[in-house]
Design a protein around this ligand. Structure first.
Ligand SMILES: C[S@@+](CC[C@H](N)C(=O)[O-])C[C@H]1O[C@@H](n2cnc3c(N)ncnc32)[C@H](O)[C@@H]1O
Length: 215
């Protein structure tokens, strides 16, 4: 890739999701990415031949701009739209620049849905986690795939915010119409500074991959 995502070096279970995607869907499957940011996952999915629906509410992530590096120097980030153009992948990707909790997106059409550390954002706390998860589930066709990696509680106040969840807590959102295929979790780990976090900081992450059972 000619450009890098600002999130390029953060830890991810995406390879586990990709493996399930390869096993259960076709190479041109449509994948929705919720909280697509500047395309860390959108670009590799599109480059692999998938059609992608990228849902992102933040104009900076979509269109780029200036930002401060640790130490105060200014840098320019290209954003999702310019990154897609640079790689000539823009025709494979439909961008929905809206809040996922209110966007009207036709249900049941995607072969898979993926999100990475999006629902714990404060802007989503006004609505129960169940709403976010239900909206993601509704995008997926019968036989399709749901994948989410998410922040688990680390700090004291996270215990009171249900959006910092666990694989077991998240699995309760899946009815018998779904098979939970894989859950994973990390221990606490130190992550290097990234956008919005200028210091080393501690995270703990979970993963859940589920398949919608055909009727
Ligand atoms: C931590 S960042 C993603 C980092 C991740 N490693 C990646 O590149 O996918 C999460 C993204 O989710 C987006 N997001 C969170 N809640 C959202 C919502 N309700 N609708 C759309 N985007 C949302 C944020 O704006 C942010 O860009």
């Amino acid at each position: 890739m000619q450009t890098q995502s600002l999130w390029e070096h953060t830890l991810t279970f995406f390879p586990q999701f990709l493996a399930a995607l390869k096993e259960r869907t076709s190479p041109d499957a449509t994948v929705a990415v919720v909280g697509a940011s500047d395309g860390k996952f959108v670009l590799p999915l599109a480059a692999a031949g998938h059609r992608v629906i990228a849902i992102e509410r933040d104009p900076f992530a979509l269109h780029g701009g200036e930002f401060s590096l640790p130490g105060g120097t200014q840098a320019h980030a290209p954003g999702l739209t310019d990154r897609l153009k640079a790689e000539e992948l823009d025709e494979r990707v439909q961008i929905i620049g809206e809040d996922f909790l209110t966007a009207e997106i036709p249900g049941g059409r995607c072969d898979a849905v993926w999100t990475s550390c999006s629902w714990h954002y404060g802007a989503n706390h006004h609505s129960p986690l169940a709403d976010f998860v239900r909206r993601m589930r509704l995008l997926v066709r019968e036989g399709g795939l749901f994948g989410a990696e998410f922040m688990m509680p680390v700090e004291e106040h996270h215990q009171f915010i249900e959006h910092y969840t666990s694989p077991e807590g998240l699995a309760r959102h899946f009815t018998p119409a779904w098979d939970v295929l894989l859950t994973l979790r990390t221990n606490q780990f130190i992550e290097r500074p990234h956008l919005g976090q200028p210091q080393d900081h501690t995270h703990r992450m979970g993963l859940l991959i589920a398949a919608r059972t055909p009727r």
